[in-house]
Ligand binder design. Structure first.
Ligand code: PGA
Length: 262
């Protein structure tokens, strides 16, 4: 008996969002979420650090979740500019993205560092959304499955389980470009990730969510979210406006035997 995961739609605002416009967006999303009724889908907003506390407080009475875009692997101390997982938990975050390709690119983050960040998140009872994905050159060179296999093996923390880890497959060449893999290409990579998770976690590997990210829009969300082993989406550009983010949330199909994650 396999447990079908509850879909997760996460909005990664990246380095966007000043106070007033962001709070207006959050207010609009909270109203839309109330109108969604009991539809079982997890929705996470990942604003910049500067807005986490206020947005988490504002949403605390709702079922909308708040996540960070990154966290330090360290617990505390003399690390100027860094934000720890304990601090994220303290602001009301439920999760954090780690290993986004923009951080791997801009800050030289390795799989080992991503794993250390995820380890710290789990130690602080937060969910780690771990991003992996190939570059265009790697895809053209036929290395996609090798790259995601290596990134997954190197980034997963000890103690990972379906309740505390989400894998985000984000082909680097699809992020912010308007280009997406075909459904078959997405199915191939998600299928491989599922196999690897099953090998490592047995049946819990079926319940671990694998979300797709990279140029998800209201136009393509319905098709992408129905691809086998796609359990949601990590949305960048389209998450910055309610009129483009919400249709992606409502496009998420509900599995027959959805398993709620805490
Ligand atoms: P995009 O970004 O939706 O703007 O392509 C996705 C992401 O980087 O998470």
């Amino acid at each position: 008996m396999t447990n079908a995961p509850l879909p997760l739609i996460a909005g990664n605002w990246k380095m966007n969002g000043l106070h007033n416009e962001s709070m207006a967006l959050v207010h609009e999303l909270a109203e839309l979420h109330m109108g969604l009724g009991p539809k079982p889908v997890d929705v996470v907003l990942c604003p910049p650090f500067t807005l986490l506390g206020e947005i988490a407080a504002y949403l605390s009475a709702t079922k909308l979740l708040v996540g960070a875009q990154d966290c330090s692997p360290l617990e505390n101390g003399a690390h100027t500019g860094d934000i720890s997982a304990a601090m994220l938990r303290n602001t009301g975050c439920a999760c954090s993205i780690v290993g986004h390709s923009e951080r791997r690119r801009d800050h030289g983050e390795s799989n080992g560092l991503v794993k250390a960040k995820a380890t710290s998140l789990l130690a602080n009872k937060l969910t780690a959304i771990i991003c992996i994905g190939e570059t265009e050159e790697e895809r053209d060179g036929g290395k996609t499955l090798d790259v995601v296999t290596e990134q997954l093996a190197g980034s997963l923390p000890a103690g990972a389980a379906s309740s505390n880890v989400v894998i985000a497959y984000e082909p680097v060449w699809a992020i912010g470009t308007g280009r997406t893999p075909t459904s078959d290409e997405i199915a191939e990579v998600h299928g491989r990730i599922r196999e690897l998770l099953y090998e490592q976690f047995d049946y819990d590997g079926y319940a671990m969510r694998i979300v797709y990210g990279g140029s998800v829009t209201p136009e393509n969300a319905g098709e992408i979210l129905r691809v086998k082993n796609v359990n949601g989406a990590l949305v960048g550009g389209a998450s910055l406006k309610a009129e483009t983010f919400w249709p992606i949330v409502t496009a998420a199909p509900i599995p027959a035997s959805a398993v709620a994650h805490p």
